[in-house]
Design a protein around this ligand. Structure first.
Ligand code: LLP
Length: 452
């Protein structure tokens, strides 16, 4: 199985703990994170890129992109596996620092970092700040001067390569908010080099997310290396950061390139381009989030209602065919997984907590929010006897689910439980009614119930 949830003798287990036991102990909805799955993928990425980089005489550093899912515990797993951590806000930085992560291994991103965020990052000594606009060169230099530090920085540029186009068209007019134009790289490097309190590390580019092949990375690297080579005349350019974006399998329809093959192809492309340009191969860096934590997560829900809805779909001969779709409503929804509503993302579902021999029925897993786009799984099959009280599991919810969670309709965000070697432990507790009301300025007088 490609996801952390496995069926053992008919019953669903995650990290050696049965889904039924997890729901009974921690309630639903529940995010379950398989520690060994996340850590082994972190190691796989680290080792694959280190091996390939070593083959061409350089090194590769892997930053875990905390935006995918960050908690103190997860930050510690990544640090323990030798990964650096990429944060993109003061809040994410605070989590990494609370985890005891060495600040020198933290990178700070963001297209609009506040002065306070820059100040804190510089004062604690983060390893790198990614410059995203001209004004940030001055802001970071000022903070570094105030704190008497030399702050390493890189510059985020747009290579014109987009993950979701296959023609890799160079666009002179990049209509998006991140980074600066590639043709501005030299002026940014010069500005940075003019500040003794800044150290220029090199260029950065992130071409997108949920990317299956290596071609986009190779093309982006080629374009960046051309600019990188030009910058060598003005001083050292030790690194090249090619961003994150490695895809995972959400359903059986997805077929991502294995990490080892991806690493080999990307590093080969970099080395080939460096040979062509006659420059040394820089140290490489990558920032995967989803590829590390995505498949490690599973969400458990309890079924509340089941309705048979008659739907009309195009039949084989072009005529409409009627079929029954079971709408299975669960106790969470778009507040714990916004991805289907936001991106039309596909997930799968399976029955957990009991075994059924009933014939499969076409189901749509809906949430409990007050809008019809609140869907968790558009189309999959469950045993036809699925009923209220059943437990269902949605695999591959580790990335961008908890981190994008909301309190829409005043639902409390679910707990997060880590499982490993047959044991489960709470890593983030469930939000209570008190949490939901606590910031309401009128709550103290109107107190409707004591904290539960
Ligand atoms: N580095 C930078 C600069 C990024 O902007 C991102 C993701 C990453 C690394 C990590 O990308 P990953 O390896 O996780 O694909 N919410 C969307 C994804 C947004 C990605 C934002 N940036 C989703 O749920 O699909």
């Amino acid at each position: 199985s490609r996801t952390a949830a496995r069926t053992v003798a008919g019953e669903l287990e995650i990290g050696g703990v049965s889904a039924g036991a997890l729901a009974a102990e921690f309630g639903t909805p529940l995010y379950v994170v398989d520690e060994s799955d996340a850590r082994s993928r972190a190691r796989e990425l680290r080792d694959a890129f280190a091996t390939e980089a070593g083959r061409v005489g350089t090194t590769a550093k892997i930053y875990y992109a905390g935006k995918a899912f960050l908690s103190i515990e997860v930050a510690r797993w990544m640090a323990a596996e030798g990964l650096a951590i990429d944060v993109c806000s003061g809040g994410e930085l605070a989590v990494a620092l609370a985890a005891g992560v060495d600040p020198a291994t933290i990178g700070l991103h963001g297209n609009n970092k506040s002065l306070a965020e820059i100040d804190r990052a510089v004062s604690v000594g983060v390893g790198v700040i990614v410059i995203d606009s001209a004004v940030e060169v001055e802001r970071v230099a000022d903070a570094a001067a105030r704190h008497g530090r030399v702050q390493p920085v890189r510059v985020r540029v747009n290579s014109g390569v987009h993950a979701h186009t296959h023609d890799f068209l160079a666009t002179a007019h990049e209509d998006q908010k991140f980074g600066v134009r590639l043709d501005q790289a030299a002026e940014f490097a010069a500005a940075i080099r003019s500040h003794p309190e800044l150290r220029f590390l090199g260029l950065h580019c992130h071409i997108g997310s949920q990317i299956f092949g290596s071609e986009g990375f190779a093309e982006s690297a080629a374009r960046l290396l051309e600019a990188h080579a030009g910058l060598l005349a003005g001083g050292e350019v030790p690194e090249l950061n090619l961003g994150g974006g490695f895809g995972i399998a959400y359903t059986t329809a997805d077929d991502p390139t294995p990490i080892a093959d991806l690493a080999a192809a990307i590093v080969d492309a970099v080395a080939g381009e460096c040979t062509r340009l006659g420059i040394p191969v820089p140290a490489l860096a990558f920032e995967p989030g989803r590829a590390i934590i995505g498949t490690a997560g599973t969400t458990l829900y309890e079924v509340g209602t089941v309705k048979d809805v008659l739907v009309s779909v195009p039949g084989e001969n072009g005529e409409a065919a009627d079929l029954v779709r079971k709408y299975v409503s669960v106790d969470g929804g778009m507040s714990d997984n916004a991805r289907p509503a936001l991106y039309g993302a596909d997930y799968s579902v399976r029955l957990a907590g009991r075994v059924s021999e009933a014939d499969p029925a076409l189901v749509r897993i809906a949430g409990k929010h007050c809008e019809s786009g609140d869907i968790v799984v558009y189309a999959d099959y469950l045993p036809g006897d699925v009923a209220p009280g059943d437990l269902v599991a949605v695999p591959a919810t580790g990335a961008y689910c908890w981190s994008l969670a909301s309190n829409y309709n005043y639902l409390g965000r679910p707990a997060v439980v880590a499982v490993a070697d047959g044991r489960a432990r709470l890593i983030v507790r469930r939000e209570t009614e008190h949490d939901l009301l606590a910031r309401d300025a009128a709550y103290p007088e109107a107190r409707v119930g004591e904290p539960r």
